[in-house]
Write a protein that binds this ligand. Structure first.
Ligand SMILES: [Cu+2]
Length: 630
């Protein structure tokens, strides 16, 4: 009944019904939230829904965790909304009822389905008006750990998200005795529009970890002056952090003392979902190694680590096996280390774990500014060391200028040992092409913004305040601050798909996309063009092309880039075992490359999953043509 072709024939009008009509077909008494009367308290945590018909009622209410409370959007009365549990091969009808007084939507993150059910207003459907219902009927074609969330405005920040798990049709390749869903998110008492406004006023508004004359960071005066002249902060890791956010697991802040039971000897599967708006988390359970078995819902060859960093919108399934009675801390530290989401994995109810203290905030390095290819005299680990001093450690005596795009220059006469990095300065004349001279005497070559390095596809304007001079592939990088911890940490190059794919084609063509921004003005874009400017001009693919996409990050922030509707394979050196993902972190000042087979026709969203970056314009539409015989 829900064949793909017949789905495509369903008009939008048919999918949107009224709530009155729905109420008439329902024999069961409806809870208050299902009748739009939810004005009261939102419950922390979530229920579970299964079966051929799943109903989500989007409402609002007052949410509280710890000492923070405020307005939230709840689905079926809870934050997060219900866990939707499906089985591979089943037919399902996902019904979304909008009880808000504004438009809403649900995007099924990571799900393969016809594009018109993908739930992105303005790209794949018009959005759900207040009082209306939207139905997505489709056949479930996959298994794994996923999630769902609003794609309307900033609703996701307010609680409009929940987990989605699909059990395999056959035997699960992962053996486990018990599972827990770990849905990470943040709660802010401040309204997200207020947060957005403040970010626009000053990008560093929420950063309480700025380097200042009186802080405790181990910077020399020269280093401080360098960062000051560049008008950049080495501690500028997260746009919004703990002073504004309470980090949560399954809707519970640290004060709630969330407990997850286990019995000694059990293999416990943790389905970790980063459903936050803006926060990368470092996940560890001190004393318990984690075996990663799934990434973004796709089975991978088991790999044992002690810590992993999860970007916004990514998922990881891990197995832990505590052998004795006890309590283990599940510590989800925000990447900037301003706060932590917490739960205790415990064999005895009421027994809480000791949580590790927050570690020192990581520092950005020259590599994060896109100077990755420059050998700074310490070739062994370059500048991947974020705990290291960012500037004083620079020794340009070994610099390879051939890699810096200054190939024709004669550096033989230059005395690099005299180069003062205090003289580095960004090009502040943002409107003009700044490649005026190569006078190394005044350090023209060390510009932060050499737009001559950009391809013609990038629109040069005030939306770009930095160009990565030599963006390296950093898929082997474990994440900011985790490159020098004394234990095993996951990185993308360790991910290998469980099954070998012999049918992988080599790319028919390659394209490059630049992740661009102006930190100070909080402008974010792809190729220097905001979504509003490119909405009518999507990235076009023919049906079933094989495309290699190189993402170049011309900013100092890590961006989790998400493609709707299909999986891509991260080009990570694993050949026929390249991992499939729906979201890839592109590290600051570096690149990441994926291959994609464009076999899901329709219009899809492609965007940074940092909510305020997407909202500011770091988004594109991808249009895949329909096959001729459809
Ligand atoms: Cu971003």
């Amino acid at each position: 009944m829900y064949m793909i072709k017949s789905n495509l024939a369903i008009s939008r009008r048919n999918m949107i019904g009224s709530l009155a009509a729905l109420a008439g077909t329902t024999a069961l008494p409806m809870p208050a939230w299902a009748m739009g009367k939810m004005g009261g308290r939102v419950r922390n945590g979530m229920d579970q829904l299964s079966g051929p018909d799943v109903d989500l009622h989007v409402g609002s209410g007052l949410f509280r965790t710890g000492s923070r409370s405020g307005h939230a959007i709840a689905v079926n009365g809870t934050v997060p909304g219900p866990l939707i549990r499906l089985r591979e091969g089943q037919d399902v009808r996902l019904n979304v009822h909008n009880m808000l007084d504004e438009d809403s939507s649900v995007h099924w993150h990571g799900l393969l389905l016809p594009f018109q059910f993908d739930g992105v207003p303005g790209i794949s459907f018009p959005g759900i008006k207040p009082g209306e219902r939207f139905t997505a009927p489709f056949k479930v074609r996959q298994h794994g750990t996923y999630w769902w969330h609003s794609h309307s405005g900033l609703q996701e920040q307010m609680g409009h998200y929940g987990p989605l798990i699909i059990d395999p049709a056959g035997p699960d390749p992962v053996q486990y005795d018990r599972e827990h869903v770990i849905l990470l998110s943040e709660f802010a008492a401040m309204h997200p529009h207020e947060i957005m406004k403040k970010l626009k006023v000053s990008e560093g508004y929420f950063s309480r970890q700025k380097a200042s004359a009186t802080d405790d960071y181990d910077f020399s005066g020269a280093e401080r002056r360098m960062w000051g002249r560049m008008r950049m902060m080495p501690t500028d890791i997260a746009d919004v952090s703990a002073p504004t956010y309470t980090y949560m697991i399954n809707g519970h802040g640290p004060d709630d003392g969330l407990e997850l039971p286990f019995s000694p000897g059990e293999r416990v599967r943790l389905r970790i979902i980063n459903g936050s708006a803006m926060t990368f988390f470092n996940i560890r359970l001190p004393g318990l190694p984690m075996t990663v078995v799934q990434a973004d819902g796709q089975d991978v060859q088991p790999v044992e680590v002690d810590e992993l960093q999860i970007g916004v919108a990514e998922t990881y399934d891990v197995i832990v096996q505590p052998t004795k009675e006890g309590a283990f801390a599940l510590a989800a530290e925000s990447m900037d280390r301003s706060g932590m989401a917490q739960a205790t994995l415990t064999s005895q109810p009421g027994r809480q774990a000791e949580f590790p203290a927050l570690r020192d905030p990581p520092l950005l390095s020259m590599t994060d500014m896109g100077h990755g290819g420059m050998d700074h005299g310490n070739g062994a680990h370059g500048h991947e060391g974020h705990g290291a001093k960012p500037a004083a450690a620079m020794d340009h005596s070994q610099m390879d200028h051939g890699k810096m795009g200054h190939g024709k220059m004669d550096h033989s006469q230059m005395d690099h040992s005299k180069m003062s990095h205090g003289a580095m300065k960004p090009d502040t004349n943002l409107g003009a092409a700044p490649m005026d001279n190569h006078d190394m005497a005044n350090m023209g070559g060390m510009k932060m913004r050499d737009t001559s390095l950009l391809p013609d596809s990038v629109k040069v304007g005030p939306g770009i305040d930095m160009v990565a001079m030599n963006p390296m592939d950093r898929t082997g990088f474990p994440g900011l601050g985790l490159d020098n911890v004394p234990h095993r940490v996951l990185n993308y190059r360790m991910l290998k798909s469980l099954k070998m794919d012999h049918h992988k084609r080599s790319p028919d063509r390659e394209m490059q996309l630049h992740l661009t921004g102006n930190m100070e003005r909080y402008m974010w874009s792809f190729d220097g063009k905001k979504m509003s400017a490119v909405g009518d001009d999507p990235i076009r693919f023919r049906y079933d092309e094989r495309v290699r996409v190189k993402l170049v990050n011309d900013t100092m922030m890590a961006h989790p880039i998400h493609l709707h509707g299909m999986f891509f394979e991260v080009v990570n050196g694993q050949g026929h075992h390249q991992p499939k993902k729906h979201t890839v972190i592109v590290q600051p000042g570096s690149s990441a490359t994926f291959d994609v087979t464009t076999d899901e026709p329709g219009d899809w969203a492609f965007h940074c999953h940092l909510l305020y970056h997407m909202h500011a314009g770091m988004m594109q539409a991808v249009s895949i043509e329909f096959p001729k015989d459809a």
